[in-house]
Unconditional design. Sequence first.
Length: 125
Amino acid sequence: MTEAYERGLQTRREILGDAHADRVAATLDDVTTPFQDLVTRYGWGEVWSRPGLDRRTRSMITLAMLTALNRPHALRLHLKGALNNGVSREEIVEVLLQAAVYCGAPAAEEGIRLAREVFAEVDGA
């Protein structure tokens, strides 16, 4: 494994949690391995690990982009990651409100719905 891959695995675990990283590892096969290698090395190992932005900022940007792209599965995952990176619930709501203006109300409404679900899960409700 390359240094970027190892760094990516560590970063993914720190942001999204061991349970998520273990679930991904359990799905690796001939079809999924090339994609996960790419995402781990470049997404997590190179981009998320760069010093130019802190993880809180990267999380808020990611939430806005996933809202704009209407990617609820990834948004749910990164909502949890944002909380792990120190983004407050209030800041998450502000990001989603900003997205409503620039991405559209339906996309932001889905984000708000997912945020409520994630907050409830984190609270154990």
